[in-house]
Design a protein around this ligand. Structure first.
Ligand SMILES: [Zn+2]
Length: 60
């Protein structure tokens, strides 16, 4: 996956978990970019929506 902040591509399976020590929710599907430390959703729904939206604009 690609970090939306710095653009670095990394494997989410190898990235450190952002919320490993979070007492409220274990495994909140955030991964931390190894380059800049930005917390990225493992399953970026907002990116899918953005792509869908962009595709629609391309069709129009
Ligand atoms: Zn990054």
């Amino acid at each position: 996956m690609k970090c939306p902040l710095c653009g670095m591509e990394f494997n989410p399976e190898h990235a450190q978990k952002a919320c490993a020590g979070c007492p409220l929710a274990k495994g909140c599907n955030l991964v931390k970019c190894p380059n800049c430390g930005y917390e990225v959703p493992k399953e970026p729904e907002f990116i899918k929506k953005l792509k869908k939206k962009r595709r629609r604009e391309d069709d129009a």
